[in-house]
Design a protein. Sequence first.
Length: 120
Amino acid sequence: MVDSSLTENERFVEVDFYDTDLDGRRFISCRFNGRAKLDGLDLSDVRLAEADLSESSLKRVVFDDADLTGATLRGCDLREADLRGARVDSVNLAGARFGSTRMDVDGALAVAVAQGIVIG
């Protein structure tokens, strides 16, 4: 049986998911090219493991219990995003823009380590 909630190894170009229900959707090893616009979406429980969202706009996105393990968010706009509860191990956030971005302590520590910050 084919899993319709799984999208794997796909490339999305200049996508705008406005008003799209992505609840429980899994994007594994996908690339979102051309600055995807995902502003204001609730991506709770969405799996974006190893996805490339470089230069995307993720303002006000809720990532509660989302899996961003190994994702590339280089140059993303994460202002007012809520990353509390998200799995952010090995996420590349080089050049990402933050402002009023929310994270829990474990997530903040994982992001710091991924960015090469030595803690302790």
